[in-house]
Design a protein around this ligand. Structure first.
Ligand SMILES: [Cu+2]
Length: 138
């Protein structure tokens, strides 16, 4: 076994403004998101703590700009197409578990959030992520 020494690197110790990321929370149940809307600043690092209080696997799927579905029949047939054409970022969490998903907020706008597991969106698993323009300094 190789012992890797993990050296604590001290980087930019004098930089006072270092990026506290925006932390969001969501609890998934059978079958909704709580809360079901979130607001974040554009371009910043976002962490969302996903807690699955449901009895089955759930997902938090942030859709790409302009992708809004009205029902699951609007989704493509394959996972590959879904990930390539519809999904900005997503993660799934087993029943009773929790996970933190980290991503960079997209441009300002309103984005749909869904659970893409079959029948869950149509059962009510829908939310909205609102991204607001980051404030410009001075
Ligand atoms: Cu679900």
């Amino acid at each position: 076994m190789t012992a890797l020494a993990v050296l604590p690197l001290v980087i930019g110790a004098c930089d006072d403004g270092d990026a506290a990321s925006t932390i969001l929370e969501v609890t998934t149940t059978d079958f909704q998101f709580s809360p079901n809307s979130w607001t974040v600043p554009a371009g910043e690092e976002i962490s969302i703590e996903i807690t699955n209080d449901g009895s089955v696997l759930h997902e938090w799927v942030l859709m790409q700009p302009g992708m809004n579905i009205d029902s699951e029949s609007d989704l493509p047939d394959t996972e590959e197409e879904l990930l390539a054409d519809f999904v900005y970022v997503e993660d799934e969490v087993e029943a009773g578990a929790e996970k933190t998903l980290t991503f960079t907020a997209p441009d300002a706008g309103t984005y749909q959030v869904i659970c893409a597991i079959e029948s869950h969106f149509d059962a009510g698993m829908e939310g909205t992520l609102t991204v607001v323009a980051a404030e410009l300094g001075s």
